[in-house]
Design a binder for this molecule. Structure first.
Ligand code: AMP
Length: 413
């Protein structure tokens, strides 16, 4: 280490949080200059060994908030068994967390393995033979490997549950309980969730001891760096509108959400035919196909990724400047998760939601959740805009309260 680097690390705000030089150096090399609020709140308590329950959504820097202290604890007693376990709901998230473990642990002698289903077990078995100190896993494959006696959780001292609300949504609660029952009761637990509905609270109560509570940017809030708008548009006109939006060449990476897997495939094919290169990512694709699509999106070879909510969970791609809700989500919280993919780490982002006549109720749910109305772009009259081109005569709708927003850009009706 050069004297300059040592001097920089000595005054690094990450060092001031209590992180050791190898970890402060790794984040320095990642060009993180300041810890994010969730890191400021969580890291010192986690380093002291306290249990933490943190309400923080993706994009807040939550991964570093649990990975950094875990690595520091594991490096302090370099015992040759699995002592750290990070559970995530999806394989994409597991892969991304493992990538962060690799990056942040670069200057430490900590081995890790990543365990998830949907791929052959073989490579994971090889990784397990190298006696990892830390495992990042999804619940199903982890339980499989425990049953096959390839993994033993009896040595776990540090446990993280990431995206607990997603775990519950995806029906993993029993799996999580089974896994927790196999971990020694004397351990540190860091519990992360974007939202805290009662079922998640109750799960937390059962697995944490006197936790420190941290609440950062609850899922009802959207990042101020994301400019949001809604366009009232007839279903039949959505595709043309999307093409118009995506022809803007200043958009380098756009993520487009559809409600169904079939819709994602169809839309991606239609975009390709219109000369807008895209890839679709959803649960019916093989893990290999998903990884290839994500990789191409990350590298910038594919400008547009069309995704369903489940497939998009955990997508951590930098530089997404636009999120389009081609279909509005029928679960309001998904809106917050979706648009959280842009406007990350202080960068500016844009989120445009297409709303047709059948989706008005979804829009109302979203606006209730985020506690503000979305500015309307284009036609201010939702029913007029979302109507078919030659609508049969019908009574005038109740007018919407006035909305403010950027000037008309799209012609939607
Ligand atoms: P996460 O919420 O963990 O998904 O992190 C969101 C993004 O923020 C990731 O790309 C991280 O690499 C990045 N990040 C995490 N902490 C910081 C930080 N202190 N400064 C800048 N970027 C960060």
């Amino acid at each position: 280490m050069t004297p300059e680097l040592a001097a920089a690390l000595a005054v690094s705000p990450f060092t001031k949080l209590g992180l050791s030089a190898p970890l402060a150096r790794a984040v320095f090399e990642e060009h993180y200059t300041e810890p994010s609020p969730v890191q400021i709140e969580v890291i010192p308590h986690a380093l002291q060994g306290r249990d933490v329950v943190a309400c923080a959504q993706t994009g807040t820097g939550k991964t570093a908030a649990f990975v950094l202290p875990m690595l520091q604890h594991l490096a302090a007693t370099n015992a040759p068994c699995i002592r750290g376990l990070i559970l995530t709901p999806t394989r994409e998230l597991a892969a991304q967390v493992a990538d962060r473990v690799h990056v942040y642990g670069h200057h430490l002698d900590i081995r890790h393995a990543v365990i998830y289903g949907g791929v052959s077990q073989y490579r994971q078995e090889i990784a397990l033979r190298s006696s990892p100190h830390l495992i990042v896993a999804t619940p199903g494959r982890l339980l499989d490997l425990i049953q096959q006696r390839l993994i033993d959780l009896a040595g776990i001292t540090h446990f993280v549950l990431d995206e607990a609300d997603r775990m519950l949504d995806m029906g993993f609660v029993q799996d999580v309980r089974r896994i927790v029952a196999m971990i020694p009761a004397v351990r540190q637990t860091l519990f992360f969730s974007a939202t805290m509905p009662p079922a998640v609270e109750s799960l937390a109560r059962n697995m944490l001891i006197d936790p420190v509570r941290v609440r950062i940017s609850p899922a009802t809030t959207t990042a101020p760096t994301v400019t949001q708008s809604v366009v009232f548009v007839a279903k039949a006109d959505k595709r043309a509108l999307l093409e118009e939006v995506l022809r803007d060449e200043t958009i380098h990476r756009a993520l487009v959400f559809t409600r169904t897997k079939h819709g994602a495939n169809r839309l991606s094919e239609q975009l390709d035919r219109a000369g807008i290169g895209s890839a679709a990512i959803h649960g019916n694709k093989t893990q290999g196909a998903r990884e290839r699509a994500l990789d191409s999106f990350r590298r910038g070879a594919t400008r547009v990724l069309v995704a369903t909510d489940v497939a998009a969970r955990g997508i951590d791609v930098e530089g997404i400047s636009l999120v389009v809700n081609f279909d509005l989500p029928n679960v309001a919280e998904s809106y917050v998760h979706r648009i959280g993919r842009t406007g990350r780490a202080g960068a500016a982002g844009r989120a445009i939601s297409f709303c047709d006549r059948d989706e008005r109720a979804f829009l109302a749910d979203i606006e209730r959740l985020i506690r503000h109305r979305l500015p309307v772009t284009g036609n201010q009259d939702p029913v007029e805009a979302a109507a078919p081109p030659s609508p049969p005569p019908r009574p005038r709708p109740r007018p919407m309260p006035a909305r403010s927003g950027p000037g008309p850009r799209f012609r939607c009706a």
